[in-house]
Design a protein around this ligand. Structure first.
Ligand SMILES: Nc1ncnc2c1ncn2[C@@H]1O[C@H](COP(=O)(O)OP(=O)(O)OP(=O)(O)O)[C@@H](O)[C@H]1O
Ligand SMILES: [Mg+2]
Ligand SMILES: [Zn+2]
Length: 490
């Protein structure tokens, strides 16, 4: 099946596109600005040669993140607000001369910069079109930009060109008209890496560039840009992509790749991506490789869980229950068990925090919608009913502190055990609100009557009374705990 002529043809076009894509990427991360057009040649040659020699096996493997770089705005997921603004600006011919794309890693900044370059320079299949939010992908400028070889679209990686000289080159070149395109476009990636002098040199040009020039900046660290630069750009904040949208995107890619994947597995990959498409695709790549290695080729929840070192969700729930029920031996056994299965103590703490968070939001009326199973949702809702908001918030604080300790400790497992035991011991202490109420009740019922003379006070001072009351109350609570009773010295 795989060696039918039709598939071969398809493979070949894909391979070429892959290398061209890689070429686009290498123009970005490669050497000097003008090395772009030279780089693709050997790569393209290699791509043309390899499928002919050995159709499938010799095909260079291309990571998913590169293979699925959005080629149209429709393919760019989760950035609708930005696309809409851009579409409006193009339709009304109100284009800024400098754009700034910001956002965390792997949410589409570089892709957007290239798409804008296409949008501005597309001439349509008939060569008559103007700037459009929907570039045709067929005209000469579109093709050349996608391949990273358009002479008027200059990509520069500020991380390796930080100096004032690099910027001077641009300033010089800006004066000359575009060679063949409508606009001469400078894409400066990781722009926050430019030196202060470099920024200063750029300011004047940025203020009033010639009409045929557009600057597209991308950065993950917008805080590092001088305000003088910020104020000269139209800024687009690219969002983190929501977990459900990522999951849907990955499911689509699996279908295109002909890979079978359980939705549970994709949900885990999407959650681990933390809003970054690229991170998610890298994890997915790894998951597919694992699945292939172990035979079957199916990406299952269990494999992804193992791969990510995540705890089994049901084991986590049991662990959380042990925390709440004050079962120290059960708790330690569960922690050990998860550790021996390869779950990182830090990941364990994080997952417990996640449960705590979900219970808390479930309590204020947002259903535990992100829960994977009905069973989990039911349990979360049950906990939300049983636990008081005060308890949950204290639990969160304790887990957060434990998380920090585990991160810094020389032995994370030991730190996790200590932290969780502490959480357990503190978990069912009354929260300050309940405590205050209890104190008031006790005061009202005259429970402090005997304590007053002992403090030597005038009898009307509430503070010493409260202290004694507190001691009584907590003493009472603590003595209920078998674990504490076992260590009377504490
Ligand atoms: N919004 C998105 N929609 C679809 N795919 C995306 C999106 N964002 C990123 N990707 C995927 O991730 C890859 C990398 O995206 P891109 O280079 O645009 O990210 P970036 O924001 O520039 O990241 P970095 O901060 O690391 O430079 C793309 O090739 C694509 O596969
Ligand atoms: Mg980038
Ligand atoms: Zn076009």
């Amino acid at each position: 099946m795989a060696d039918s002529p039709h598939i071969d043809g398809e493979e070949e076009t894909q391979a070429t596109a892959a290398e061209l894509e890689a070429a686009g990427q290498s123009a970005l991360f490669g050497g000097p600005v003008d090395s772009g057009p030279e780089k693709p040649a050997p790569l393209a040659a290699a791509a043309a040669a390899s499928p002919a020699a050995k159709p499938v096996a010799a095909q260079p493997y291309r990571v998913l993140a590169r293979k699925y770089r959005p080629q149209t705005f429709a393919e760019l997921i989760g950035q609708d607000a930005m696309v809409k603004t851009l579409a409006n600006a193009i339709a009304r011919d109100r284009l800024a001369h400098a754009f700034l794309m910001t956002g965390v890693r792997g949410v589409g900044k570089t892709s957007t910069a290239r798409l804008i370059a296409k949008a501005l320079n597309c001439v349509g299949p008939d060569g008559q079109g103007g700037p459009t939010i929907d570039p045709c992908g067929q005209c000469e400028p579109c093709v050349a930009i996608a391949e990273g070889r358009h002479i008027d679209v200059i990509e520069m990686d500020a991380a390796s060109h930080t100096g004032v000289d690099d910027v001077r080159e641009i300033i010089e070149a800006v004066r000359y008209a575009a060679v063949s395109a409508r606009y001469k476009i400078y894409i400066i990636d990781e722009v926050h890496m430019l030196s202060r002098n470099a920024f200063n040199a750029l300011l004047k040009t940025l203020e009033e560039p010639p009409a045929h020039v557009k600057f597209l900046f991308a950065t993950t660290e917008v805080d590092k840009l001088p305000v003088t630069v910020l104020s000269r750009c139209q800024r687009f904040d690219l969002r983190r992509i929501s977990t459900p949208l990522l999951q849907q995107h990955f499911a689509g890619i699996c279908v295109k790749e002909g890979v079978e994947a359980e939705s549970d597995a994709l949900a885990m990959v999407a959650a681990a991506a933390e809003g970054s498409v690229r991170d998610g695709l890298s994890i997915l790549d790894q998951a597919i490789a694992h699945a292939d290695l172990e035979g079957g080729g199916k990406v299952t929840g269990e494999r992804v869980r193992d791969m990510l070192g995540l705890a089994d969700r049901s084991a986590l729930r049991t662990l959380f229950a042990a925390l709440l029920n004050g079962d120290p031996q059960g708790l330690l056994a569960l922690v050990d068990n998860q550790y021996s299965l390869g779950v990182e103590p830090l990941a364990l703490m994080r997952s417990l925090m996640d449960i705590c968070h979900r219970i808390t939001v479930a309590q204020v009326g947002r259903s535990g919608g992100e829960a994977a199973t009905a069973e989990e949702r039911a349990l979360i809702e049950e906990w939300a009913e049983k636990l008081s908001p005060g308890q949950l918030h204290r639990l969160w604080q304790l887990l957060l502190k434990g998380h920090e300790e585990v991160r810094q400790a020389p032995d994370p497992l030991v730190a996790a055990q200590m932290a969780l035991l502490r959480v357990m011991h503190a978990a069912d202490m009354p929260d300050p609100g309940t405590l205050a109420k209890k104190l008031e009740e006790m005061a009202a019922s005259g429970a402090f009557a005997g304590a007053t003379p002992a403090t030597g006070g005038a009898g009307g001072d509430a503070a010493p009374q409260a202290r004694v009351g507190l001691r009584r109350l907590t003493g009472l609570r603590l003595s209920n705990r078998s674990s504490i009773r076992a260590f009377p010295a504490i």
